[in-house]
Design a protein around this ligand. Structure first.
Ligand SMILES: CC(C)NC(=O)[C@H]1CCC[C@H]1Nc1nc(Nc2ccc(C(=O)N(C)C3CCN(C)CC3)cc2)ncc1C(F)(F)F
Length: 280
């Protein structure tokens, strides 16, 4: 039937929630632990100030983030249950990730074991395969955008930079001729941008620093476009891991290792926990 379940139609308000401790600051406001009164469901409530959103002209980006993330259902993608707003703020009702922010965990550990890194990379690859299957590219895979669930599983969050690519041919019934430049350009990159970012993330999980880091932005830019990939002698990392990273950090996007092939790579097969949960 066309009837949607209550939750989609539901008009949320602040009165539906008991607000708990602050979890920290996001880009445009604070995030609080909260409990939905009727269901006692624990959520994270991200509060964004309209004034700041307007200043930074990110309203369209936020609308796209909400539209995209609310339709994605995957164990390694943070759920967006809904949103509401009042005079001054927009509230996002998000899944609560009990074990917090991955980048803090990486800072604490300096770098991860090969088993932990492979388990995380495999679960992210599965989440990205799911996204790409829905023509969604995340475009901003990095430690700051990853959270850890109660069982230690990774959750991709913050789809602020994601785009919904459509096959222009289907949408434009065959001809591209009538597309203005900005629409043709809008998807100049394809899903393989996420493969590159996952390769950078894998390197950072294992070495504690990203591969093309440099003091000046211009130097980082040059190292990226030249794919100036070097593996330091310490910490000691297996050649299988270096082989996988080398197959992902390839300049020609068509040559990057496809995500489904990543899941069959020896380093992943030998090190990743199939459940996506790192048990230490
Ligand atoms: C992806 C995005 C870019 N990042 C964010 O939005 C950030 C901005 C602030 C918080 C986080 N957003 C979320 N955080 C959680 N869980 C969480 C976070 C932090 C801790 C933690 O370590 N403490 C409270 C510690 C406890 C100990 N004290 C000392 C320090 C803080 C524990 C659980 N779940 C959902 C969200 C979400 F995303 F839904 F909002």
């Amino acid at each position: 039937s066309t009837e949607v379940s209550g939750e989609e139609k539901k008009r949320w308000t602040l009165n539906d929630f008991d607000i708990g401790k602050p979890l920290g600051r996001g880009k445009f406001g604070h995030v609080y632990l909260a409990r939905e009164k009727r269901s006692n469901h624990i959520v994270a409530l991200k509060v964004l100030f309209k004034s700041q959103l307007q200043q930074s002209q990110v309203e369209h980006q936020l609308r796209r983030e909400v539209e995209i993330q609310s339709h994605l259902r995957h164990p390694n993608i943070l759920r967006l249950y809904g949103y509401f707003y009042d005079q001054k703020r927009v509230y996002l009702i998000l899944e609560y990730a009990a074990k917090g922010e991955l980048y803090k965990e990486l800072q604490k550990c300096k770098y991860f074991s090969e088993r932990r890194a492979a388990t995380y990379v495999a679960s992210l690859a599965r989440a990205l395969i799911y996204c790409h299957g829905k023509h969604v590219i995340h475009r901003d895979i990095k430690p700051e955008n990853l959270l850890i669930g109660a069982q230690g599983e990774l959750k991709i969050a913050d789809f602020g930079w994601s785009v919904h690519t459509f096959n222009r041919r289907q949408t434009m019934c065959g001809t591209l001729d009538y597309l203005p430049p900005e629409m043709v350009e809008s998807v100049e990159h394809d899903a393989s941008v996420d493969i590159w970012s996952l390769g950078v993330l894998c390197y950072e999980f294992l070495y504690g620093v990203p591969p093309f880091e440099a003091k000046e932005h211009s130097d980082t830019y040059r190292r990226i476009v030249q794919v100036d990939l070097k593996f330091p002698p310490k910490p000691i990392v297996s050649s299988a891991a270096k082989d996988l990273i080398s197959q992902m950090l390839v300049k020609d996007s068509a040559e990057r290792l496809p995500l489904h092939k990543l899941l069959d790579h020896p380093w992943i097969v030998q090190n990743a926990d199939p459940s996506g949960i790192f048990r230490g």
